[in-house]
Design a protein around this ligand. Structure first.
Ligand code: SF4
Length: 185
């Protein structure tokens, strides 16, 4: 059968009754969407491909975070090599290291100064749960007790590959979020 359809565009097959179906043969898939969904997809896609982290390291985990930004691991492949010196220019706080109780309020202040939408990765056991300083009087027992955490990266220290995996998980999460940003009604 010859058609005048442009090459590469599959024509939908004529509707058939259930009795006419051959196993494995279905109509061409059809995707339905709305303008709002397309805008949401485009916005989240752009955001997820240009996450700029705050240049903020607290302890030994920060060395691995720095390694992830260097040429061997090359976080630039995922659009996140631009570590910003100001929280006002950053989307992502990577809590890389032990959070002392003295540093806690400063960490919260930096997080508050970041513009929405913003995200937090807890890198390493110390940031996630206190780690080897568990139950100590001078360490915050999990940074999620003071700021909301989006992704946890386990390890002591996590290798740069693990941090990059965390970044890719965050990318997936951003792709699925809605149009509204945190704090909007
Ligand atoms: S998790 Fe391990 S490597 Fe990371 S800051 Fe704590 S002690 Fe250091």
């Amino acid at each position: 059968m010859s058609t005048n359809a442009p090459r590469g565009i599959a024509l939908p097959m004529a509707p058939r009754t259930p009795a006419e179906y051959i196993p494995g043969q279905q109509e061409a898939p059809v995707a339905l969407t709305s303008l709002a969904d397309m805008l949401k997809w485009a916005q989240n896609y752009a955001r997820s491909r240009s996450i700029w982290p705050l240049g903020y390291g607290l302890a030994c985990c920060a060395i691995e975070m720095m390694a992830a930004g260097q040429s061997h691991y090359d976080m630039a492949r995922f659009g996140s090599e631009v570590f910003r010196s100001s929280p006002r220019q950053a989307d992502l706080m990577i809590v890389a290291g032990t959070v002392s109780t003295k540093m806690g309020p400063r960490l919260v202040r930096l997080w508050e100064q970041m513009a929405d939408p913003k995200w937090v990765i807890s890198m390493g056991q110390c940031a996630t749960s206190g780690g080897e300083f568990y139950d100590s009087y001078y360490t915050v027992q999990g940074v999620d007790t003071i700021v909301p955490v989006d992704v946890y990266v386990p390890g002591c220290p996590p290798r740069p590959e693990a941090l990059i995996e965390g970044l890719l998980k965050l990318r997936e999460k951003i792709e699925k979020q809605g149009l509204k940003i945190k704090g909007e009604e």
